[in-house]
Design a protein around this ligand. Sequence first.
Ligand code: KIV
Ligand code: NA
Length: 264
Amino acid sequence: MNRLTLTQLRKLKTQGEKITCLTVYDASFAALLDQAGIEILLVGDSLGMVIQGHETTLPVTVEHMIYHCQQVYRGSRNALLIVDMPFMSYATPDLALHSAARLLQEGQAQVVKLEGGNWLVETVRLLTERGIPVCAHLGLTPQSIHRLGGYRVQGRTESEANNLRHDALALQSAGAALLVLECVPGNLAAEITQSLDIPVIGIGAGSACDAQVLVLYDMLGITPGKRPSFSKDFLPETGSIITAIEAFIKAVKTGLFPGPEHTF
Ligand code: KIV
Ligand code: NA
């Protein structure tokens, strides 16, 4: 297997080289992204919105994630493959172990991603001990949209920021291999990134994170409706899908994306 490993990713963090990640849901885009040199492919449950047309990610099932993960796996050879665990597929540690095993065995993912803080410590430890690497996800966690009450920046108050700092360290201690920070103020994301040994992947979290991820359809300007303010459509200035992807990679590697206009 020639895919990028978590060890290699951690080395990139140590060396201070920025890491690129995009979401992807099918073999053709996976091949394009992989050949362009994207380090991480994320089969995100955002597919519930951008592929399936739902209003939230909640209707997505483990079967859906396996189906799309298989496609992305077949289309790519080099990138690290992360798959989202869908809503309620990790509600208990045992359920999480069962769902995650399917995503690795049937979907061929290397890493599973799950959304949430302190309550997931036991689950992250269990999966990690059983040989399943976990990417944690803090800040705006779209599977909790009904509890959060809207797609808003998280960690603005001091008590919210303290919870985020604490959860990030607790998840790393439990064995998390990676952390996604979504929609948190840039200075808080910078502080958390520095406090952790594991690579931090930001989306709407400023330029200090070790890696950047965007929803593929946002960065190609084909998501229906309004594009999130932290995202950028790379297509108009480049003119083709492949050059847009190359422009994203270059902008992340040189620290030009995200700029202040994409940061909270
Ligand atoms: O589902 C998704 O696309 C994600 C990323 C935006 C981090 O979780
Ligand atoms: Na997701």
